[in-house]
Design a binder for this molecule. Structure first.
Ligand code: R5P
Length: 318
């Protein structure tokens, strides 16, 4: 019986973040095996009792997204059937979040379907970070804590650039303007917005116009997801064409799909800063991106949820 105890159960998606959170909380990871049957089905075995415990199931649903999502669902199911008191899905990166509305006919709203799956599996609550669209919280009928990375990026910029007076924060599209504005306000900097249009099949970034004055300025591009890196690279080129001095980027979720790492290495971006919501091999991340950790941030929030304390009190800037 682990009545009322806090248990941290991790999937295989981000082992280094799991061990960081476990270190910050001062508790070991739950003894569990998460692997595959010979036919590829996910196999989960929780090797210690979690009866009566608050089980925090950590799993960003990053690539391979269908596998990591299935692991998350099956871990939640295992904890529920093992009589956990509460199950909190800790999903620092929420895969499928960009499919959050019907932008044309006969397409799914996959972000909503994923929410249904997580609830049906048995989660009582969700803890996530920088959802692509805040409205995704409404796809759930259970509480969702959506942490923000804006203050982490603002702190990083302050520590990195001695003088920010010639800088401007830039959102790579209109949809991300609120997120970029939060960073701009923290740094007391102006905001510019790129008007991004995608090709008709949505696979590539087509045209970009600049709203705001970037000439002679250091531009800090702020975005939620770095996937193919097309948005950032085309954004950087557009800003340079409009007379910007140099370009840096801050993105919460470094997916680095396809050839993103190579494309970034050859791009005009001086530096890309991402958080560790998604695990990328050290050898790959080193040459294009700098990582800043959200481990302690997540650990403090987990402790708060466990103790039924207000998360906004912990982070007054929310
Ligand atoms: C789009 O609305 C998102 O905020 C990101 O800008 C986008 O997902 C980045 O994708 P990619 O790196 O493939 O251009």
């Amino acid at each position: 019986m682990r009545g009322n105890q806090l248990v941290l159960l991790s999937g295989t998606a981000n082992p280094s973040l799991a061990s960081e959170i476990s270190g910050s909380l001062g508790i070991p990871l739950c003894d569990a095996a998460v692997d595959r049957f010979s036919d590829g089905e996910v196999r989960v075995r929780i090797r210690e009792t979690v009866r009566g415990a608050d089980v925090f199931v950590l799993q960003p649903t990053c690539p391979p997204v269908n596998d990591t999502l299935m692991e998350l669902l099956i871990m939640i199911d295992a904890a529920r059937r093992a009589s956990a008191r509460r199950i909190i899905a800790v999903v620092p990166y929420y895969g499928y979040s960009r499919q959050d509305r019907k932008h044309t006919g006969r397409v799914p709203i996959s972000a909503r379907l994923v929410a249904n799956l997580i609830e049906t599996a048995g989660a009582d609550r969700v803890l996530t970070m920088d959802l692509h669209a805040g409205q995704i919280q409404g796809f759930f009928n259970i509480p969702v804590d959506n942490l923000r990375a804006d203050w982490i990026f603002a702190d990083h910029a302050r520590a990195t650039f001695r003088d920010l007076s010639d800088s401007i924060v830039v959102s790579p599209d209109a949809g991300g303007a609120v997120r970029a504005r939060q960073v701009a306000e923290r740094l007391d900097l102006p905001l510019a917005i790129l008007e991004k249009r995608r090709t008709s099949d949505g696979s590539d970034v087509d045209v970009m116009n600049v709203i705001g004055e970037v000439t002679g300025r250091r531009c800090l591009l702020v975005d939620d997801i770095l996937s193919s890196a097309g948005t950032l690279i085309k954004g950087a080129r557009t800003l340079l064409d409009h007379g910007a001095k140099e370009i840096f980027a801050y993105c919460t979720h470094g997916v680095f799909s396809g050839d993103a790492i190579y494309a970034l290495a050859e791009s005009p971006l001086k530096r890309v800063v991402v958080t560790n919501t998604i695990f990328v091999e050290a050898a790959e991340k080193g040459h294009v991106a700098e990582y800043t950790s959200v481990g302690d941030h997540l650990a403090k929030t987990i402790q708060c949820i466990y103790e039924y304390r207000s998360v906004s009190e912990l982070f007054p800037h929310y």
